[in-house]
Structure formats: structure tokens, C-alpha cells
Design a protein around this ligand. Structure first.
Ligand code: TYD
Length: 215
């Protein structure tokens, strides 16, 4: 896999309820203050087609969706996002922040759903056109805490994925930690049980090290 030499792709990963979205927003604010050109995206979604695919994936009425279709739909949304948005943004030298990317598929569909990791590696490479994040933050919280945080959300109407049992999240978390151990050069495990400002400061320090200085 090749990392982009122009723009920078930073991804946020972790189990539901780990605070990825909040941390992405806090990083976006800092980039704004630093006057850096950036783009904030989420997966699945980020394009019209991807948002349509997202609604198929997350609506509870699609409970009969089989694991193989689920995998292909996540990859389809990703391919669209890479081709339509991420590639052009990186070519323009932007910092691209993405709430979930290919590691989610390895953790959720691979470790969580027991689909072939070899097949997922091939599909991830195909869908991303070999675009690899320059830096990935894995916001790690024990599954019990992530479950608790999800349930505390004001609208406790869980989507299709959030309705999974605790053992599913335990497998997903283990899958993520295995990925981080395999790719320490790219993936930083962040203890997301700490308060959000401490986590945001830690992330900003890391990101500053990879921001190009010649802007
Ligand atoms: P979302 O509401 O965006 O959740 P979160 O805020 O936790 O990111 O829903 C995305 C869901 O899709 C989430 O449960 C994780 C799951 N997912 C996969 O299973 N595989 C994937 O490849 C991706 C991108 C997401």
C-alpha cells in the first residue's frame, strides 16, 4: 500500500461509543485555527451514493442482510468515497479526516463477523485504490464502556450495527488491537477512557508531527 505524498489522510477508528466523532471534530477545529485546508468525512457515507448505501446498512428493517452483502456494501461506499472525494482532495494537498476507513471492515466484518481476513485485505486494497491512511487513531475503550455510552445517548434508538451483543464488540475490539500491533507505524492506540480534552491534546501533538511545514 502507498501512503499519499501530497495531502494527508488521517483516520479515526474504534468501537461504537469510543468518541471518534468528537475527536475528529476537535481536530478539525484545531486545523481550522491553524489555517490548514482540510476535509472531514465519514464512512459509510460522504457521497450521495455512499449515503444511500449507508441507509441500507444501518436501517434496522434490513436485519436479513447477510454478512457477505454487508461487507460488499461497506466496500462499495468506500470505493465511491475514495474516487469521488478522497483522491481529489489528497491531490490538492488537503488534510483529509475520515471517521472510519478500511480498518473498520477488518475489525467489524473480519473479527466481528468472522469473514475471511485475506478476502477483506484484497477488497480493502481494491476499494481504496491502495490509498492508505498516513495516521490512524484507534480510540480504545473496553466494550462494556462503549456499550454504556451508546445506551446513554439521548436517542436510544439503536441502528442495525449497534444492536449487536457484547461478545461481538469484544471480537471487534480484539480485531482492532491486532491490527494496531501489526501496523504500529501507522496506528496509534489511544486510551479513550480519559477526558476528551486530554485525548484531543494527545492527538494534536501527533498530528503536528506529520503536517507539512511548507504551506
Ligand atoms: P455510525 O453511526 O457511523 O457509527 P459510529 O459513530 O460508531 O462510527 O455507523 C457506522 C457503523 O458501521 C458502525 O457500527 C461500524 C460499522 N462499520 C462496519 O461494520 N464496517 C465498516 O467498514 C464501516 C466503515 C463501519
Amino acid at each position: 500500500m502507498t501512503c499519499s505524498r501530497q495531502g494527508i489522510l488521517i483516520t479515526f477508528e474504534g468501537c461504537d461509543g469510543g468518541g471518534k466523532t468528537t475527536q475528529l471534530q476537535l481536530l478539525a477545529e484545531r486545523l481550522k485555527q491553524a489555517k490548514r485546508a482540510f476535509l472531514a468525512l465519514r464512512e459509510p457515507g460522504g457521497t450521495d451514493i455512499g449515503e444511500t448505501v449507508r441507509s441500507i446498512l444501518l436501517q434496522k428493517k434490513h436485519s436479513s442482510l447477510c454478512a457477505e452483502s454487508e461487507l460488499l456494501l461497506f466496500e462499495a461506499a468506500r470505493a465511491q468515497l475514495v474516487h469521488e472525494v478522497i483522491h481529489p482532495a489528497l491531490n490538492e494537498g488537503k488534510v483529509v479526516l475520515c471517521d472510519r476507513f478500511m480498518d473498520s471492515t477488518t475489525a467489524y466484518q473480519g473479527a466481528g463477523r468472522h469473514l475471511s481476513l485475506e478476502a477483506i485485505d484484497v477488497m480493502n486494497a481494491f476499494a481504496t485504490d491502495d490509498v492508505c491512511p498516513n495516521m490512524t487513531f484507534l480510540l480504545d475503550v473496553p466494550p462494556e464502556i462503549s456499550r454504556q455510552r451508546i445506551l446513554q445517548r439521548m436517542f436510544s434508538d439503536l441502528d442495525r450495527m449497534e444492536g449487536e451483543e457484547l461478545s461481538f464488540y469484544e471480537r471487534v475490539r480484539k480485531g482492532y488491537l491486532r491490527l494496531a500491533a501489526t501496523h504500529p507505524e501507522r496506528i496509534t492506540v489511544v486510551d479513550a477512557c480519559r477526558d476528551k480534552q486530554t485525548v484531543a491534546d494527545f492527538i494534536w501533538e501527533k498530528v503536528q508531527c506529520i503536517l507539512p511545514t511548507d504551506e
